[in-house]
Design a protein around this ligand. Structure first.
Ligand code: MTE
Ligand code: HPA
Ligand code: MOS
Length: 764
């Protein structure tokens, strides 16, 4: 089935937040945000800004009727700064004006005085100063301390990965207006409608039932709108409540980049021990997560780093500890992979380090340690339905790694200034919110009198194809055409108390809830049909819009059946609730069974490095992915391609730079480079692993949103291998992204050329 939104997307008819026709009298909001990262405010003068014609009101923390608090996990984040500034871009006041243009002019007229305080941007520095968001956590299995002496080889080092700007095409935003009885309706570009509702209620000091949040779709979220869309929704609601006017805020790209948090940068230490058969028998890592100035989702992100610290490998003795370090950056947040990629980068670095020292390809170590059924993850879950080995073997043989390696070697012998490198990246990613209580969802289904169907779920469409999958689920259960089914907006008054659309679990959770709702209606329809056909219910089925008796189609078609049911006063509406079975986790013991299942895959990446300029191209990524039984291969392939390219961007070119004072320098698309059509791999081949799928996946079609991002990690090591092929003196570094600048430095470090150039420079 084609994506239900495809036609509207390409013809510009799809409605995003900024496309919603505004109501008469709509006012525009704009934040005045901190021009410094850490300070105490001594004085702010709004008088000139307020005096500007067209400025309606400037709202500060003093105007908040409820709590000035938007922290989702910990209450540590004010909506608007009071006396202290904790990051550059921290919201201080909300300017409401007749147009965005006027609001911008007014913003330039605000005068602030403050006393600057020392700024921390580095998580290691934060840890030294005991500046932590919450206490560290450790996952442990076996006993690494006693294993080091039994290791044939032990290697230690550091691995750092940088943040990543979400760069959803649609920036953050919201539109709110007052309705009856002290209520507010918010249209929000959020992955978490309930988070917006709950936080707006808290800040406005009203009950949750006074706040309605509606989401049509997002022009991308990628985790950046799981928690951080909330502020904009709440700001608009606050102004709407105070002024009793419709308020719109569609955030400018540079404001969005400056004010919102990103993927967490990590700085980590590793220690890896192998026996003589290349079995990893001990692994230790310490992760320093750069959380930024408030908790946001950092505790959950940090948790997933620990869950995925050993990626697709079985290691019997593991101790991994993570610190969530409080710095003066904007609070960092969810980003596709949710801490998992950061953890995996470290163990892949440790393996690359070991392989380099031993003079073997990293894949010899990777292959020797892949997970198998019956193995235990460091967090206690026992491996089952394992496809680590099968995707690996399939990729290695399908794409013939020996031939690829030979081609790369030949190329490198025959080329002086171009070198190729290759790397294999296995992935194992757990599906479920790591926080067990979040794993449930609801759906609401109406069958209308004409046989058409309206479906609401708690899931948010953000480009990942959720709505199409939901249509497929309903069409499958009723056995009717997909064009009879319409996906409604996501609305807190229709489906309440939702978890955010995240953790790649949206289609599983909401799809299973939808199945339950549809099945309940179907059961009633079968009862009606059996009465009508004068036969037993067991004999009835619906196939291709027709009631069948013992598999034989009858004259009773879907529409007629619905009319009959309605006239018999049978309810044609139903809700469904689904909670993932069998999952649990004990945070005291750090053991349990947190994931419904795991998604596996293996990618082989080949790159070519231009050794004169430090530029590189990804020639190909050939992968075998565990889709389960994909319910929509077009959508799922799209998720793999998009995730992969986003992962390549994180690993190679996307470089977030804050200066020492905490100011974002990479603050626009001219200074922050994301992959474009020229930087995607020359070839992406996706082979689905032949499998029966998993019973806890929606229609056995496994979650696909995040896992493919981590294939991108292979690119780092492929480039590194190409650099090694050119420069035997290159000293291995694990410091992503591997930008062309870093590649160039690596190509020439320790080389006579470089020494010569330096000597000449010094002379000059
Ligand atoms: N794909 C598109 N096109 N746009 C997005 O914003 N978000 C990703 C992934 N794929 C995203 C996307 C992230 S971070 C997650 S968690 C999942 O989609 C969420 O959707 P799912 O749970 O339906 O997979
Ligand atoms: N993944 C994504 N988002 C989340 C999670 C998770 O495990 N937990 C809370 N929010
Ligand atoms: Mo995705 S990072 O779980 O929104």
């Amino acid at each position: 089935m084609k994506n239900v939104d495809a036609k509207n997307h390409v013809s510009g008819k799809s409605i995003y937040l900024d496309d919603i026709p505004v109501r008469q009298g709509t006012l525009h909001a704009l934040l005045y945000d901190a021009p410094v990262a850490h300070a105490i405010i001594t004085h702010i003068d709004y008088s000139e800004a307020e005096a500007l014609e067209g400025v309606v009101r400037i709202i500060t923390h003093q105007d908040i009727p409820g709590e000035n608090q938007i922290g989702g996990i910990f209450p540590d984040e004010p909506l608007l700064a009071e006396n202290d500034i904790h990051f550059w871009g921290m919201p201080i006041a909300l300017i409401i004006a007749e147009s965005e243009y006027i609001a911008r002019q007014a913003r330039a007229l605000v005068k602030i005085e403050y006393k600057e305080l020392p700024v921390i941007t580095d998580p290691r520095e934060a840890r030294k100063q005991d500046s932590l968001i919450f206490p560290p956590r450790t996952f442990k299995i076996g006993n690494p301390e006693n294993t080091w002496e039994n290791c044939e080889y032990v290697f230690e080092g550091e691995a750092d990965s940088n943040g990543q700007e979400h760069l959803y095409i649609e920036t953050q935003g919201a539109y709110a207006y007052p309705t009856e009885h002290g209520s507010i309706r918010i249209s929000s570009s959020t992955q978490g409608p309930t988070a917006v509702q709950k936080t707006a209620a808290r800040v406005l000091g009203v009950d949750m039932n006074r706040i309605e949040v509606d989401v049509t779709r997002l022009g991308g979220g990628f985790g950046g709108k799981e928690d951080q869309a909330t502020a904009w929704g709440v700001l608009c609601a606050l102004a709407a409540q105070i002024l009793q006017k419709p308020i719109k805020y569609s955030v400018h790209r540079m404001d969005d980049m400056r004010i919102t948090g990103k993927r967490h940068p990590y700085r980590s230490d590793y220690k890896i021990g192998l026996d003589k058969n290349l079995k990893i028998i001990a692994y230790e890592a310490t992760f320093h997560q750069n959380a930024g100035a408030a908790a946001d989702l950092s505790p959950a992100v940090m948790e997933r780093t620990l869950f995925h610290a050993t990626n697709a490998y079985f290691v019997p003795n593991v101790q991994v500890t993570a610190y969530s370090c409080k710095t003066h950056l904007p609070p960092n947040t969810a980003f596709r992979g949710f801490g998992g990629p950061q953890g995996m980068f470290v163990i892949e670095s440790a393996i690359a380090h070991a392989a380099n020292e031993l003079g073997i390809p990293a894949r010899d170590i990777q292959a020797a340690n892949l997970l198998k059924d019956g193995d235990e993850f460091p967090y206690g879950q026992i491996v089952d339905y394992c496809n680590a080995g099968s995707t690996w073997t399939d990729a290695i043989s399908t794409y013939n790694i020996k031939t690829i390696q030979k081609e790369v070697d030949n190329f490198n012998i025959n080329n002086n200034h171009l070198k190729k490198g290759i790397a294999v990246m296995p992935v194992c990613f757990g599906i479920s919110f790591t926080n067990t209580p979040m794993n449930h969802a609801r759906a609401l289904v109406h069958v209308y009198q004409d046989g058409s169907v309206g479906v609401s779920t708690g899931g948010v469409e953000m480009g990942q194809g959720l709505n199409t999958k939901m249509v497929q689920v309903a069409a499958h259960i009723f056995n009717i055409h997909t064009n009879r089914i319409k996906l409604e907006t996501t609305n807190t008054t229709r489906v309440a108390n939702t978890s955010p659309s995240a953790a790649s679990a949206t289609a599983d959770l909401n799809g299973k809830a939808l199945e339950i709702a549809c099945e309940k209606i179907l059961e009633r329809l079968i009862y009606v049909a059996a009465k009508q056909m004068n036969c037993a219910e067991e004999a009835i089925s619906i196939r291709e819009e027709k009631v069948c008796v013992n598999g034989q189609p009858t004259e009773l078609a879907w529409e007629k059946l619905i009319q009959t049911a309605f006239l018999s006063r049978v309810s044609l509406s139903e809700k469904g609730h689904y909670a993932t079975p069998n999952i649990h986790f004990d945070k005291q013991k750090e053991k349990g069974h947190p994931f419904a299942y795991h998604v596996y895959g293996t990618a082989i990446t080949t790159v070519t490095v231009d050794c004169l300029r430090g530029l590189y191209e990804v020639d190909s990524v050939k992968l075998v992915h565990d889709f389960g039984k994909s319910m929509n291969t077009a959508i799922d392939d799209g998720q793999v391609e998009g995730g992969l390219v986003q992962g390549i961007g994180w690993m190679t070119m996307e470089e977030i730079i804050y200066n020492k004072k905490g100011r974002l320098l990479s603050n626009a698309l001219s200074t922050y480079k994301i992959p474009d059509i020229y930087s995607v791999p020359g070839e992406i081949t996706i082979k689905p692993l032949a499998t029966e799928g998993h019973p806890l996946a929606i229609r056995k079609s496994k979650a696909v949103g995040e896992p493919p991002l981590m294939y991108g990690i292979g690119t780092y090591f492929a480039i590194q291998n190409a650099v090694k092929a050119f420069n035997p003196n290159y000293i291995l570094k694990f410091d992503a992204p591997f930008t062309p600048e870093k590649v160039l430095m690596g190509l020439y470090e320790g080389r006579e050329v470089l020494a010569k150039v330096k000597a000449e420079e010094e002379k000059a």
